[in-house]
Design a protein around this ligand. Structure first.
Ligand code: NAP
Ligand code: ZN
Length: 359
């Protein structure tokens, strides 16, 4: 390919503003960069709210390795459509819309054909993935606007609390998808480990699906909140007597913990043939006592966000059940403080950035 074709293939760009980390140890700070002008199949959103996920922090600080700097995190996005390409059919200027952790995939592999784009080998993340249009890396939702292929843009059925809808795009779908995949239903006993962004949505969703919900927490002060959010029982996981009362009794446990912890303590609570699924992604690998699996034929599994069709299904389910995230709205200038508070488990239960604050 000649250099002239390369230039011709590069779409027009406009400048925008975001917040970026430039190294694992530097606080996030204002950062100017370019977005492409919408291509025929693209939707351009002015970002209204962006949730703050623990994955943003893991990535900003290179805790999983593989971060390319500068990185603009953010993948829980609600916005207003400000432009659409000629071929866009499902959105028009002025609509409210949302997008989550993915901006592209190959659309042809077996995963994509099943609507499981998150498992596509050519999945492109909303941030820290190669940007095939402009080169460099994709930049996420801690920014004024974003341009995305229409396929990855979702409709917002409940528009009453947009800040509370934003976290559904990661925390919501990451808990909804495994609860559905492992067929959580009425009458089952379901454990949710950790009451943070993901965990509090897990409690709400499992309750709405009819399960008997038990929340495991390291923070005794969260007990009343957990009950208000939909937990039928709350166990302080550092209390061995409380843990022992639940031995071999769970159909399903969803572990949302962001830091190193003992998964064996929870595996022992799963009943024969039950499943424990990890969605939390601490940088250190877990240590699993194999007899906890063998003796009761238990399964230990993992799950990644959710596909686009299921994400729309989750948004519709949440609208039907009047579920949104409990958010503390912050201006973007408080993002570094929010990260420190998230590390101390001091958030009720998701920060959402009001993007109006970014000027
Ligand atoms: P978060 O809001 O910080 O919540 C994590 C919760 O884990 C805390 O609130 C705390 O709950 C518990 N916790 C923290 N440190 C702990 C420790 N040392 N021991 C035991 N419990 C501890 O984080 P989040 O945004 O929900 O994300 C959670 C994890 O999921 C992160 O690792 C994130 O990267 C990952 N994630 C995965 C996916 C996926 O697709 N699989 C998607 C999004 C996020 P208590 O105070 O109740 O104990
Ligand atoms: Zn996330």
């Amino acid at each position: 390919m000649s250099s002239s074709t390369l230039i011709a293939a590069t779409p027009a760009k406009t400048k925008t503003l975001g917040y970026a980390a430039t190294s694992p140890s530097t606080p996030l700070a204002p950062f100017s960069f370019a977005r492409r002008e919408p291509l025929p199949q693209d939707v351009q959103l002015e970002i209204l709210y962006c949730g703050v996920c623990h994955s943003d922090l893991h990535t900003a600080r290179n805790e999983w390795q593989g971060t390319t700097y500068p990185v603009v995190p953010g993948h829980e996005i609600v916005g207003r459509v400000t432009a659409v390409g000629d071929e866009v059919k499902r959105f028009k200027v002025g609509d409210l819309a949302a997008m989550g952790c993915m901006v592209d995939s190959d659309r042809t592999c077996p995963n994509c054909r099943e609507g499981l784009e998150q498992y596509c080998p050519n999945f492109i993340g909303t941030y820290n993935s190669p940007d095939k249009h402009l080169g460099g890396m994709t930049y996420g939702g801690y920014s004024k606007n974003i341009v995305v292929d229409e396929y990855f843009v979702l409709h917002v059925p409940d528009q009453r609390n947009l800040a509370g809808v934003a976290p559904l795009l990661c925390a919501g779908i990451t808990t909804y998808s495994p609860l559905r995949h492992w067929k959580v239903s009425k009458g089952q006993k379901v454990g949710i480990v950790g009451l943070g962004g993901l965990g509090h949505m897990g409690v709400k969703l499992a309750n709405a699906m009819g399960a008997h919900v038990v929340l495991f927490t390291t923070s005794p002060g969260k007990k009343e909140d957990a009950q208000r959010l939909g937990a039928h029982e709350v166990v302080v996981s550092r209390n061995q007597d409380e843990m022992n009362r639940h031995l071999e009794s769970f159909d399903f446990i969803l572990d949302t913990v962001s830091a190193q912890h003992d998964v064996n303590a929870y595996l022992q609570l799963v009943k024969r043939d039950g499943t424990m699924t990890l969605v939390g992604a601490p940088p250190q690998p877990p240590s699993v006592e194999v007899f906890n699996l063998i003796f009761k034929r238990r399964q230990l599994a993992g799950s990644l966000i959710g596909g686009i069709p299921e994400t729309q299904e989750m948004l519709d389910f949440c609208a039907q059940h009047s579920l949104t995230a409990d958010v503390e709205i912050i201006p973007i200038q408080k993002i570094n403080e929010a990260y420190e508070r998230m590390l101390r488990s001091d958030v009720k239960y998701r920060f959402a950035i009001d993007m109006e604050s970014l000027k």
